[in-house]
Design a protein around this ligand. Sequence first.
Ligand SMILES: [Zn+2]
Length: 460
Amino acid sequence: MRAIAVLAGVAALATAGGPAAAEDLAAGAAAVRDRALADGVAWSLVESLTTEIGPRPTGSPAQARARDWAVAKLTALGFQNVRAEPFEAEAWVRGVERAEVVAPFPQPLRVLGLGRSVSTPKGGITAEIALFGSLDELIALPPGALKGKIAVVSQAMTRTMDGAGYGAVNRNRTQGAAEASRRGAVAYLVRSLSTDDTRLPHAGAMRQAEDAPAIPAAALSVPDAQLLERMVARGQPVRVRLVLESRSIAKTPAWNVVGELPGRERPDEVIVVGGHLDSWDPGTGAIDDGAGLAITTAAAKLAGEGGRRRTIRVVMWGAEELDDSGEAYAAAHAAEAGKIVVVGESDTGAGPVWQARLPKGSPEHPAMKAFVAALAPLKVVVSRDPAGPGGSDIADLVKLGTPSVNLTPDTSRYFDLHHSADDTLDKIDPRALAQSVAVWASFLYTVAASDIDFRALRTP
Ligand SMILES: [Zn+2]
């Protein structure tokens, strides 16, 4: 109750005309933080989304149900100007998938087709595999060297707090099939980009080569990639049969769902935050990215209640996994990009946030000092590095010159679950989720209640 009383005082100050004074901002940020730590909105959003909608890939029937869910939730939470902004997106729909070793040691393998894979011919593909410890080993081969083979890249992923382990092997999934096809391979298998040891493969998108045939591509579970390594080490040719069916849709309807808490003094100055509403199909999209949209929506609501001069806008981007929603959003909002104060996306899990990277030149501004003061009990490190693009849904806005913020969750466990059937609600720690809300809410509050101009603070 004490926190609410402090908050009410700050709200009155901030709306009395002019930005809140530095000490009021610090007290307000601390009050918003404390309310966030005790708030259950983020948990109830991700619980509802994963239970009532579940997996929601672009192009699936669940996608439209997710849109309606988002509109209903934002409306019920008191957001205004709630709308679903339509655009056209690419979709990829999974069909029957099966893989097995046929020789020398016949046994089944666990795989998941990669987004943009093509189907295998009727009856599947049976071929000898060529296994590589890294994509560079494959790339070192001349054209034609993999003629008729199924190329396999089996590189372990390193567990890191900051996602660097994922960055290091990401191209094995996204570019491996294209490189294999250029060298004559008929199919491609990648060891799942996973830090776990379960037998669940991890899905994800890939890109076909423009200068070589499109080929079927799938992720192997980590234990199955290791199994193939052991078979290959025995020296005999290893033959694998692969059956992958899927359907690619060049253009399908999609939506970015938006809700606003209009600013009371400068409504045309807009802070944009959110997560993405679509998900991969194996799990229920709890950590990727139900958590991210729940964190940012709950934080926006709490920050907005704390007295806002500027508009806080939540965007639930609708087609992140095949990388369409950010481009569509930036194209639709290019004209107002200069009025977007700052943009941030939460798309690396359910927290806790361990690092904040602020817009260039801003750490010494009183508003950011108030934010950093509020972080003290939350165990968040403020990086010396300025914020980067920070999320594929906001990268296009950042290219237009919009300042960004990165409030980065600890990803140590994220890639155990990411894009797999294990991406489910039970993996979310409500305390870590609430800590994340507290970080985002404190940031949103200090920006919305102040007049900080991140563009003016950038130094050459
Ligand atoms: Zn995501």
